[in-house]
Each structure stands twice: as structure tokens, then as C-alpha cells.
Design a protein around this ligand. Structure first.
Ligand code: ADP
Ligand code: MG
Length: 261
């Protein structure tokens, strides 16, 4: 390759914004010479570098946009501690087929059993497949929702929340929802129905949803849409957060704070 060709190639790669390929051009060309790669092998390696760099950037960007409260993966989840969860079922969910099919996942159980951890881990797995994700803690949202309502921006907010392919709604049921918030949730669930998946976590079993909404009809309408195409994981068992304290004998087992679903 002449110097002229080399500098033209660099200019082309820059112009095409193939920055990683440009960075890796020399070492890959050296490897190609050393191992007698064909032209196709060389091109394949160079483009592979560019593609993986773009994927890494995409993951960083999508992770930022997802607003996870903390970062957790499935491999960090100790399934032996929570035998009520089927690892096989969770791994199947992590293939993200449910997102392709516009289905929902509901994670139910008392505090500390790993609902948020699993929801985030599924979100992280989704991002690895270039699926857009947004994480929302419902209790945090309520104040903002009232602010949006005052500023007449609810429709705008609704549209924004319909964009990500996977929406994680965390902590449903820790606080009761007033009528306006319940209606907003109903609209959100209706709009995403069969189009965009939702992972929802709750410490309340379905039977208690009427209490969250103070409106049985709205509660059943929301549940109806959420559950129509869905998988529910009922997590029973003890809080992982309290496990060390329990081990240290700080206190004995707490009674389960909710009825089983
Ligand atoms: P929940 O949302 O059900 O209240 P979290 O998912 O927030 O519970 O879990 C509380 C903490 O315990 C988190 O730091 C989480 O990573 C950890 N945790 C919970 N269950 C497990 C588990 N089975 N294996 C590893 N870590 C766990
Ligand atoms: Mg949680």
C-alpha cells in the first residue's frame, strides 16, 4: 500500500465516521500480513471492530437514558437464596422474547426479595440487545405527575413514556394512588398494550390492587390490560437486605408483610 493510498484510506474512514476502524487499521493490517488473511478476512475484522465499538456506545447511551437507580445483572442474583423463583423462567425472560411480543412481566413479593434487582437485570439484558429501556419508580413519579398536570403536560409525558420498548414501573403499591395518578397509569398501560412491554414490580398481590387505586373498576381495568399477555413471578421468601442482620441475630424472622397472591 502506497503512502498516498494509506492517507486516502484514513481520510475515507474519517469521513465515513468509522473512527474505531481508523484506530485499528494499523494493528489489523499487521495481523493480516502476519497470518496471510484474505482481503475478505481483513475487511471482516476491520468492520467487526467498528460494529462492536458502536454497540458499546449504544449500550452506554441506552444505559444513561434508562435511569436505573443502580446497576445489577442476572449473574449477580443468587437464585439459591430465593427458591420460589425459577431460574429457568428468569433466564427465558432474559432472552427478551417477551419484548418482541409486546408482553409484560409482573414481579410480586414483599420488600427486599429482589424485585428491583431482577427488573434492572432484565433491563440491562434488554439494552445489550439494543432495546430501549426506561426505569420509573412510581412513588417518585407522583409529585412530578402533579406538576405535569398543573403545567398541562400530561399528554407530552404520556407520549415520552410510550417511546421506550421496555418500560419498568417499580414499586407499585407502596403508596396509594389518587384518582388523577391512577387515570394516568390506566392511559399509559392502555397505550402500551400489546405494543410496548412493561415490567412492573409490586409488594401487593392482585387482590389488594383495589386498595392502591381506591377504585376497584380502574384497578381491574389496569390489571386486565397488564395481565392479558404476561408472565407473573410471585417471589416469596425472605428479604435479602436483612439476611446479614438475621445471620448476626439482630432480630428474628419478620412476619410476611403481605398475603400471597
Ligand atoms: P425489592 O425490590 O424486592 O425490595 P431489591 O431488588 O431492591 O428488593 O433487593 C434489595 C437488595 O438485595 C439489592 O441490593 C439486591 O441487589 C439484593 N438482592 C436481593 N435478592 C438478591 C438475591 N437473590 N441475590 C443477590 N442479591 C439480592
Ligand atoms: Mg424494589
Amino acid at each position: 500500500m502506497t503512502d498516498l493510498t494509506y492517507s486516502r484510506l484514513q481520510a475515507h474512514l474519517t469521513r465515513l465516521r468509522l473512527h474505531r476502524a481508523l484506530d485499528r487499521l494499523d494493528p489489523i493490517a499487521e495481523e493480516a500480513a502476519k497470518h496471510n488473511w484474505t482481503y475478505l478476512d481483513f475487511l471482516d475484522h476491520l468492520l467487526e471492530e467498528e460494529i462492536s465499538a458502536r454497540h458499546e456506545r449504544d449500550v452506554v447511551m441506552k444505559t444513561k437514558l434508562a435511569h436505573f437507580p443502580f446497576q445489577k445483572t442476572l449473574d449477580q442474583f443468587d437464585f439459591t437464596f430465593q427458591p420460589s423463583i425459577s431460574e429457568r423462567q428468569v433466564r427465558e425472560l432474559a432472552t427478551l422474547r417477551f419484548v418482541a411480543q409486546g408482553e409484560n412481566v409482573l414481579l410480586l413479593g414483599p420488600p427486599g426479595v429482589g424485585k428491583t434487582h431482577l427488573a434492572i437485570a432484565l433491563g440491562v439484558a434488554a439494552i445489550a440487545q439494543s432495546i430501549s429501556v426506561y426505569f420509573l419508580t412510581i412513588s417518585d413519579r407522583l409529585d412530578l405527575l402533579h406538576k405535569d398536570a398543573k403545567e398541562d403536560r400530561l399528554t407530552e409525558r404520556l407520549t415520552t413514556l410510550c417511546k421506550p420498548k421496555l418500560l419498568i414501573l417499580d414499586e407499585m403499591g407502596y403508596f396509594p394512588l389518587d384518582r388523577a395518578s391512577a387515570q394516568f397509569l390506566f392511559q399509559l398501560v392502555s397505550r402500551r398494550y400489546q405494543k410496548g412491554s412493561i415490567i412492573l414490580t409490586s409488594n401487593k398481590s392482585y387482590g389488594d390492587w383495589g386498595d392502591i387505586f381506591a377504585d376497584q373498576v380502574l384497578a381491574s381495568a389496569i390489571l386486565d390490560r397488564l395481565l392479558h399477555f404476561s408472565t407473573t413471578l410471585n417471589i416469596r421468601g425472605q428479604s435479602y437486605r436483612l439476611r446479614d442482620k438475621r445471620k448476626a441475630g439482630v432480630f428474628h424472622d419478620l412476619p410476611e408483610p403481605q398475603k400471597e397472591a
